[in-house]
Every structure is written in C-alpha cells, then in structure tokens.
Ligand binder design. Structure first.
Ligand SMILES: [Zn+2]
Ligand SMILES: [Zn+2]
Length: 247
C-alpha cells in the first residue's frame, strides 16, 4: 500500500479550511464550495447593487423618487460642514447583512469586498474623489475598539486608499469620549450625543488638506458632520465623506 500524500494533504487543507472558515453561507446557508467563497456565497453577494436613485448633492441622501440629483430641503436650510457625501447603496437586504457580519462577527474579508464595491460603484463620481489628499476613517473610541477587536471604518478606509491610490492617516482624528451607541437615538439626540466626542491630535497633518472621511453606515449624518466640523475647525480645507450604506 502506498500512502497517497497528495490526497492526504488536500483532505487536510479542506479540513483546515472548514475549521477556519464557516462552510455555509452565513446569509442563505448554502454550502460554500466555489473558489474564493468566504463567509457569504457569491450568489448572495451578487444581489448587492448600487442605489440608482437620485441623491442630495450635498449630504448624499438618496431621494425616494425619480429625477436628477439636487439639494435636499435640510441642506438648503443649512449646509453641512462637509461639502459632499456619497453612500454606495441603501442599508437593507444583503448589503445590511454583509455589513453586520463584517462589523460584529469580525469577518474582515467582507470589509475588503465591501470596499471594492464602494470603489467600483462610486469611482466615476469626480466630485467625490477629485483633489482628495488624504483618507481618514471615522475613529472608534479605544474602549469600543478593544471590545470589537477592530475598527470597521479603518478596514474600509485602508482598502479604499489602496484602490484609489490615496494615503490614509490614522491617529490624527480621534474619538476622545466614549459616547453611548447611537443606534436607538433620534436624529436630534444623535447630534447631541456625538457633540464633542472627536478631537484632532496633530493639526499640522490635516492643515489645508482636502479630506475624505470613511465610515460604514450613514444614518442621520451626525457622525460625519461632527468629524467634519472638528477637522474644519482644526484647519482642514475641505471634508467629504463616503459610506458603504445609508439607513
Ligand atoms: Zn448565500
Ligand atoms: Zn442634503
């Protein structure tokens, strides 16, 4: 009897893969068997599409109607401190499930995939990219980062930086106050809750720079608005924002 080492090795590799990666799609439970499939199957991921609705030319909120991009009523009343923001799509369906798996189950491989989607979906929007000098991820408070294990916005920012060939700076915009989670709060409460939570540590690094802020989800815009205000007050020239999805 000869020992089939190749066969043994490939069985071992399969077993190792099963141990390290879930073998079933975490969304539809189908067996993951296609090359490169990790955590979520390709047919689920294929369901994620960019939102084609018109959007506000300032805050980037999608309009639930046909037409061309224009300013929303809120931005006509009072323009945000950031000049422009775009989300890849709406925070629903498979995109929402994928973001939740990435953020709370620590599947960083999904972060890379999401950043690729965002870049593919928005790369032609010159208003978003033109003249951007640095990318800054929306920071987590160190205590939250420790609990979660990583900052999901940093993973997205790093991948987007690679794809767009723009440098990312970290540790300059920091979250110095660990405010309660925003998820259950109203728009007004979110604004109040987040106020004063961020600060700029090294003003020289952002002085006169055009900055692109990166976050996973845009809900009321309170977080991007507060980060942007702090950056502008610290000497940034212009702040824009990009997010994976908007709720
Ligand atoms: Zn699936
Ligand atoms: Zn708007």
């Amino acid at each position: 009897m000869t020992l089939d080492l190749n066969g043994w090795w490939s069985d071992f590799a399969k077993l190792a893969e099963l141990l390290f990666f879930p073998s079933f799609c975490r969304i539809c439970r189908v067996l993951l068997e296609k090359p490169g499939e990790r955590v979520v199957c390709n047919s689920c991921l294929d369901k994620i599409k960019p939102c084609s609705s018109p959007f506000c030319l300032s805050c980037g909120r999608f309009f639930n109607a046909q037409g061309t991009p224009h300013l929303c009523a809120a931005c006509i009343r009072s323009r945000p401190t950031f000049s422009y923001h775009r989300s890849f799509s709406l925070y629903q369906g498979v995109l929402k499930d994928t973001i939740l798996l990435f953020k709370y189950k620590k599947y960083k491989v999904l972060g890379k995939f999401l950043a690729g989607l965002v870049y593919q979906g928005l790369k032609k929007d010159d208003r978003l990219w033109w003249g951007v000098e640095v990318i800054i991820p929306v920071p987590l408070h160190p205590a939250r980062k420790k609990a979660r294990g990583f900052n999901q916005s940093r993973v997205l920012a790093r991948e987007l930086g690679k794809l767009a060939n723009i440098g990312i700076i970290e540790g300059v915009l920091v979250k110095s106050v660990n405010v309660p989670p925003q998820t259950t709060l109203t728009a007004r409460e979110r604004k109040k809750n987040i106020k004063g939570a961020f600060k700029v540590k090294d003003k020289a690094k952002i002085k006169d720079k055009t900055i692109l802020l990166v976050d996973d989800v845009f809900t009321t815009g309170a977080t991007i608005q507060e980060c942007s205000t702090v950056l502008i007050n610290a000497g940034a020239k212009e702040v824009r924002g990009v997010t994976g999805a908007q709720a």
